[in-house]
Design a binder for this molecule. Sequence first.
Ligand SMILES: Cc1cc2nc3c(=O)[nH]c(=O)nc-3n(C[C@H](O)[C@H](O)[C@H](O)COP(=O)(O)O)c2cc1C
Length: 170
Amino acid sequence: MAASESALDVVVVVGNPKPGSRTRQAAELVAERVAGHPADEVIELADLGPRLLGWGDEEVGRAKARALAADLVVVASPTFKATYTGLLKLFLEQFDAGELAGTPALPVMLGGSPAHQLAGEHTLKPVLVEIGFSCPTPSLYLLDSEWDTSPALAPWLEQAKRTLGVGSQP
Ligand SMILES: Cc1cc2nc3c(=O)[nH]c(=O)nc-3n(C[C@H](O)[C@H](O)[C@H](O)COP(=O)(O)O)c2cc1C
């Protein structure tokens, strides 16, 4: 049976040091199109900044708890030097191995060039899996110049919904 869209608690994690970015917009679009409603929470890692440099920070703990409680997490980053950002890595390092216990994650990356279109698959997804997310879809890579008009977007969204069992008639 297909999962109910309205029941999905969807959290977006944005690993861009610049807040309010296209990366955030793309991640929110993905969350809304897949879940059928806007993200329940957006975690802008830029807001946590240096708090991510240590262990046990209260705000970081709250962000972690929110991701741990979600039904679905959209993990988004711009491509920096052929991989996801150091900011996102600092957050992901806050989780123990396997801690996400199978929570589905959708990796989303924006980049300026098609040269790094496998960055999500090759660099971000292994780390997500290490901390326990399941990644049931291919990573989504969007050129920053066409993040909302890319021809890759609609088919990827359909595949994601089908894979997650949301959005189809019972
Ligand atoms: C420090 C830095 C490194 C970057 N490295 C790459 C790269 O290796 N490959 C690439 O395709 N784009 C690269 N870019 C371009 C960004 O990925 C692209 O502009 C970004 O995804 C735009 O997202 P935003 O509007 O959300 O910031 C880099 C940008 C910056 C600032």
